[in-house]
Design a binder for this molecule. Structure first.
Ligand code: PLP
Ligand code: COI
Length: 353
């Protein structure tokens, strides 16, 4: 791998006291090209614009997949990734579904490790803060036909991150639009999944909601996920989360919360969750908490859920008594090396191989 360091770091311009998600990017990026069936030209170079032909299939047919992952610092400024191999597996699952070449393990791992080693000063130090890392794969050959590209580029960039959502969320159970369908690409991090969610989300925003709670596309009776988060419900002393199928992104945070909650003694069920079960819980007050989780969001609780024009406010529980807040702290403690990691999720930057 070629390494070309910047002559002028921008870190002096970074305001670590006011981190706004995705506004500032670390000094370097990693790029690797796929051409003629081979991966080559892996390079770490200064973050900057890249030139692509206007014919690239990524622009016309949306052949693009991405990942979201984080690096954390502990009190001694040792750097850790959180479950990075899960992101590696998932980007390749996404790539295969979009008829793109899987990224070789050594390119993903060595690129990521070297990039974050070079840019580790960009990792914020405070509890709950991290460096959000965005690996992505795009199609870039020069033929306009609607067929899979022959050439691709894999890129990794990173941005200092704080809380993604700054407050508890108001959510609308969606009954008209869908995020994904059976047999589709909902289980992947395909760029188009996000593009198609923007219009219905804007409509929901205009009605005063922060996010949509997606339901299945055929009947709108089963709960799926919300925005960029998987969802959990604390109903009748059980922590419930929808079973991932090919409509739902199988979240690494969701999987971590399930293991963590089980270890902490909670009763957890991952199963089909109907809208009627959740709405009944809202009406009877038996649904005590609901929250979303994801790499960027970590854990964010919902204060209101709306269904067919009825706005149901969840119980106003103090933060220190909330299961969502408790689980967030338990998770962040593992991520920041403040507690034991019985699951082996933390990976020291320098040991990542
Ligand atoms: N669902 C969607 C649509 C997402 O974009 C994300 C974020 O990555 C998640 C769920 C949560 O997944 P993870 O916890 O792996 O970040
Ligand atoms: C993530 O949590 O990693 C996401 O993908 C969210 C992102 C779309 C901002």
């Amino acid at each position: 791998m070629r390494i070309e360091k910047t002559l002028q770091s921008r870190i002096g311009d970074m305001d670590f006291d006011n981190i706004s998600f995705g506004n500032q990017y670390s000094d370097h990026m990693f790029c690797s090209e796929y051409k003629n069936g081979e991966w080559k030209n892996s390079v770490i170079k200064p973050f900057g614009n890249i030139v692509f032909s206007p014919i690239c299939p990524v622009f016309h047919y949306g052949q693009a997949v991405f990942e979201g992952m984080k690096a954390y610092k502990d009190k001694n400024e040792e750097v850790f990734f959180f479950r990075p191999k899960e992101n590696f597996k998932r980007i390749n699952k996404s790539a295969i579904r979009l008829e793109m070449p899987p990224i070789p393990k050594d390119i993903f791992i060595n690129g990521l490790r070297e990039l974050i080693e070079i840019d580790k000063n960009w990792i914020p130090k405070n509890y709950g803060q991290s460096l959000y890392i965005r690996p992505f794969l795009i199609a870039k050959d020069g033929v306009l036909s609607a067929r899979p590209s022959q050439d691709y580029m894999f890129i990794i960039i990173s941005t200092p991150a704080d809380a993604y959502y700054k407050r508890p969320l108001k959510i609308k159970i969606e009954e008209k639009y869908s995020r994904s369908a059976i047999g589709g690409v909902g289980f992947t991090k395909a760029a188009g999944n996000y593009a198609s969610s923007f219009y219905p989300t804007r409509l929901a925003n205009e009605e005063g909601f922060d996010q949509i709670l997606w339901t299945d596309s055929s009947t709108h009776t089963m709960i799926e996920e919300s925005g960029t988060m998987n969802v959990f419900f604390w109903l009748k002393n059980k922590l419930l989360t929808p079973k991932a199928n090919d409509n739902i992104l199988s979240g690494i945070t969701c999987d971590s919360i399930i293991s963590l909650a089980k270890k902490l003694g909670f009763h957890v069920e991952k199963r089909g969750l109907s809208v009627s079960e959740i709405v009944k819980g809202l009406k009877t007050g038996e649904l005590k908490e609901a929250f979303g989780c994801g790499t960027a969001a970590v854990i964010n609780y919902f204060k209101m859920i709306s269904y067919k024009g009825d706005n149901f406010f969840l119980p106003d529980i103090p933060e220190k008594k909330r299961i969502s807040v408790f689980l967030k702290k338990e998770l962040l403690n593992i991520q920041h090396n403040l507690s034991e990691d019985p699951f082996g999720w933390r990976v020291k930057l320098k040991n990542f191989s």
